[in-house]
Design a protein around this ligand. Structure first.
Ligand SMILES: Cc1cc2nc3c(=O)[nH]c(=O)nc-3n(C[C@H](O)[C@H](O)[C@H](O)COP(=O)(O)OP(=O)(O)OC[C@H]3O[C@@H](n4cnc5c(N)ncnc54)[C@H](O)[C@@H]3O)c2cc1C
Length: 558
């Protein structure tokens, strides 16, 4: 516990908003149809977006907000933990509400930039007085361990003042009596019939924890007694007892918990109340499981059947989706382009400019934006405005659905799959004449994007570590570049193969390519034949072989 408190005190940091006027400026970002979400109200987690976050932060209660990217494996793996936490702490709902914001939604990209969301999942705590500090970006809770989060939250909740009839963590004073403590609950509609008095030596938490544990009982309030002598004010002879209860008439009695834990104290008070027929508020109802089969509607089933038909293909719809998300969500995450992300931005735009699989309008858009990024572009918001103004009269992103990257359940595959597809496509196209890029440049571009802009923090960390370990900077030829990315991707496949949360059973993680897709890629000892793998990748990811299936017309839209 000491560690939690120290760690919490040192790590918990309050972030300040630097440029307030931008907050929640534009709310007309496109809303995706059938938007999949990691949480629902039934989990006691409410999804917020650019329109609803600020009003919620202004509420006079505590708020825990998780900033996440739905496509990030870490966020998907954290979802059951967060749901469990929100379910367990539903009993604290008089003081604390749970929320989440999906930074992967285009309409929230600006919001997440303004809240400096550099890492997901990111837990931010907002106290009841947030409305007074519009520039406050929340206190970061730097752990994903539910026990630690609960401890940090208990600490935080105990620090604030609430309306007297909601909760009172302040110590009783030597002047307090039965009359003064019931004054807080005088309203005609106040349900409070008893007040539990709990002795809490300075620096202990038993009173605070008891107050939190008893929140589901609206008939009882808890007051913390710092000195056993104060029990005398309530007609009790101070003894070794630490827990007492008084009623509205001033009748007081000690209760005898089995041990000195808040849990036993809560059980004892709970039993006392239950004998009087007072029941705690019921826990959160069990959520009805969603039917993921509905996700695979007729259209998705047709797509899936097509995609699973051999041979394996690459689809322009996926490349388009990757670029759409890169331009509209990922690249304007930073307030400022400086200190490395500026070069990374320039490199990504250059790769898009010369290795562009989009239609005529798409090439036009990227060319215009690339030219502008060659001039000085200081802020993420400027990049966003640039994209918006340049694409106004262009018809670029039409597919709006993943094809080769379709998942059989909501949130599986999609963006990260399309990103890998684009990256492999880039390495293969860069190896062709007229060689716009020096060998290694494309890997460097991918590395810069993943380091600075990719919304999956865990992926980014692993990729950077892999780039060092696998000597990415030593790549000397374009062919080596293609193979470096292939091997790196296979390392990721191996690491996360079989993950029940992120793996799509229809698309298991394999050492790619499979024997079926490339029978010549392995020798008789099942070892790779790198020359054959190279040939296979060059064929698969070549723009000439990219399928238009799934785009609005069978000929594409050039
Ligand atoms: C740079 C990066 C790093 C990532 N790191 C992590 C991580 O650390 N942890 C995590 O949980 N998730 C990570 N992800 C996400 C993860 O790799 C998958 O993208 C995600 O799980 C979806 O998997 P998928 O089945 O769609 O196939 P993906 O792995 O996304 O692959 C997409 C398609 O590429 C083809 N392919 C597969 N392997 C290769 C290969 N070796 N060479 C060429 N083509 C191939 C296949 O056709 C496959 O369907 C990362 C993603 C990226 C882009």
């Amino acid at each position: 516990m000491t560690w939690i408190r120290l760690g919490f005190q040192t790590l918990l940091c309050c972030l300040l908003l630097l440029f307030a006027p931008e907050v929640f400026g534009r709310t007309n970002a496109r809303r995706t149809a059938n938007e999949a979400s990691l949480y629902s109200d039934a989990d006691n987690v409410i999804m917020l977006d650019i329109g609803s976050l600020r009003p919620v932060l202004n509420l006079k209660t505590n708020k825990l907000v998780q900033f996440l990217n739905t496509f990030c494996g870490d966020c998907q793996r954290f979802a059951p933990v967060y749901k469990g936490l929100a379910r367990d702490l539903y009993k604290w709902r008089r003081l604390l509400r749970f929320y989440a914001v999906d930074c992967a939604q285009e309409r929230n990209a600006e919001l997440c930039r303004v809240f400096s969301v550099r890492q997901t999942p990111s837990l931010r705590f907002f106290d009841p007085d947030t409305e007074k500090r519009q520039k406050f970006l929340g206190s970061v809770i730097p752990t994903q361990d539910p026990k630690l989060i609960t401890a940090v939250l208990a600490d935080l909740l105990g620090q604030y003042e609430y309306a007297a009839d909601v909760a009172n963590f302040r110590y009783l004073t030597p002047n307090d009596t039965a009359e003064t403590v019931f004054r807080d609950h005088q309203g005609l509609d106040s349900p409070v019939k008893y007040i539990a008095l709990v002795l809490q030596p300075r620096k202990a938490h038993i009173g605070r924890d008891l107050l939190l544990d008893l929140l589901p009982f609206k008939e009882v309030a808890v007051r913390i007694v710092p000195d056993a002598q104060i029990f005398a004010n309530f007609g009790l002879v101070p003894t070794k007892e630490s827990l007492a209860i008084i009623d509205r008439s001033g009748n007081a009695q000690y209760l005898e918990p089995a041990s000195n834990t808040s849990q036993d104290y809560a059980n004892t008070v709970g039993e006392f109340l239950k004998k009087l027929n007072f029941k705690p508020d019921p826990p959160l109802p069990i959520a009805v499981a969603t039917n993921d089969n509905e996700f695979l509607d007729q259209r998705n089933q047709a797509v899936l059947a097509e995609v699973l038909k051999p041979p394996l293909k690459i689809y322009r719809a996926d490349l388009e989706q990757a670029i759409d998300k890169i331009l509209h969500n990922e690249l304007h995450k930073y307030f400022f382009f400086q200190g490395g992300n500026d070069l990374a931005l320039h490199n990504v735009m250059k790769a898009l400019m010369y290795l562009n699989p989009l239609n005529k309008d798409g090439r036009e858009l990227v060319t215009r934006v690339y030219r502008s990024t060659q001039r000085r572009l200081d802020k993420g918001s400027e990049f966003k405005q640039l994209i918006e103004s340049e694409e106004k009269h262009l018809k670029v992103f039409k597919a709006k659905r993943y094809i080769g990257c379709i998942g059989t359940r909501p949130l599986l595959r999609s963006f990260t799959c399309s990103l890998w597809t684009l990256f492999h496509h880039w390495t293969v196209e860069a190896a062709k004449k007229p060689h716009h890029f020096q060998p290694g440049n494309i890997l460097n571009t991918i590395h810069g994007f993943v380091r600075y802009f990719f919304g999956c923090s865990d992926c980014s960390k692993h990729f950077q570590e892999m780039a060092n370990r696998r000597n990415m900077s030593q790549v000397k030829t374009s062919d080596e570049e293609i193979l470096w990315l292939w091997e790196a991707h296979n390392e990721v496949n191996q690491r996360i193969a079989g993950d029940p949360i992120t793996e799509d059973p229809q698309f298991p993680k394999i050492q790619f390519p499979s024997v079926e897709n490339c029978p010549t890629c392995r020798n008789n000892n099942s070892e790779w034949r790198r020359d054959e793998v190279l040939k296979y990748l060059k064929h698969l990811y070549d723009i000439k072989n990219v399928s238009f299936y799934g785009l609005p017309t069978s000929q594409g839209y050039d």
